[in-house]
Structures are given as C-alpha cells and as structure tokens.
Design a protein. Structure first.
Length: 165
C-alpha cells in the first residue's frame, strides 16, 4: 500500500512538464527524492536495522510471490550498511540544502543504481527489486530531463546547435 502510494506520487511528479533546473519546482523534486531515499534506506545504515529490513523485505517478497532475499551474511550486511550510510548522508544534504547540481548528480546516481538493479534482476534477484527499480528510473528521469532540455535550449540559443555540413 505504501509502495503503491509512493509510486503514484512519483508518477504525478513525473507527469508534470519538466522545469528548468534553476526553478523552485525542480528543487522540490530534488528534496522529494531525498526524502524518499532517507525513508527507504535509513534501515540499511546499521547491522541491527538492516536485519529487520531484510526480514521485512524477504517476508513481503515471499507473501507477494516475488521471491525472498538470500540469507544474511557478514559481507552482504557490510555492503548494505555502506550503501545505507552513504545514501542517508546524501539524502540529508539534499533535504537541508537542495541545489540544482544535486539533482543532476542524483539523477546520474539513480541511472547507475537502475543499471545495477537491472543486472541483478537479469541474474535472478528477487522480483521485489522491480518496485525499487521503478522509483529509481522515475526520479532519475525527472531530475535529468530538465538538464538535458536546458542544454539543448542553450545550444540552440547560442547557435551551437546541430548543423549540417
């Protein structure tokens, strides 16, 4: 239910026409993506909370017929904690001081996360990962498209656009 509402909220943000990266609406998207990251990854930041998140995700995956997570091992916990710690710090930065460039870098990071998630899915990871993959792609697109559009607009305006030779 929470995941469905989150995806619906993100879809409504994504359906809005992209705005220039320097606009306040863009900074709201940067901050919204940060809040999502904070809520979703805070539980990954410590071994104790990750064990709870792991059990909850595994149970949910099994109940929904999407597959369980592999059993916990120390290296998996370490990588989950490293990822959780870095993402929590990155999220707090974007909440406290959202800047347009934070949206650009976050969009790039989400592209990388989505690439590695798709790799994992292609190699048999639990299909529960599709829920996270969808959110990564949506926030990545919403944060990168304004930069892409702004770059094209500036190139055309400056006469440096595409020319035939």
């Amino acid at each position: 239910m929470i995941v469905t509402r989150t995806i619906a909220s993100i879809a409504s943000i994504a359906s809005v026409a992209p705005v220039a990266p320097e606009r306040p609406a863009y900074l709201r998207v940067v901050r919204a993506s940060a809040w999502y990251d904070l809520v979703v990854t805070a539980g990954f930041a410590t071994p104790w909370t990750y064990a709870l998140v792991h059990d909850a995700l595994s149970s949910s995956g099994t109940a929904l017929g999407l597959g369980a997570l592999p059993q916990l091992d120390p290296i998996q916990v370490l990588y989950a904690n490293l990822m959780g710690s870095v993402v929590v710090v990155w999220a707090v930065l974007r909440i406290v001081r959202p800047l347009p460039v934070h949206g650009l870098f976050d969009g790039v990071a989400r592209t990388l996360f989505a690439a590695w998630q798709s790799y994992a899915l292609a190699h048999g990871a639990t299909r529960l990962l599709w829920l996270f993959f969808g959110v990564e792609v949506m926030f990545g697109v919403v944060q990168l498209v304004p930069w892409w559009r702004d770059r094209i607009t500036n190139a055309v305006a400056s006469g440096a656009g595409w020319r035939r030779r």
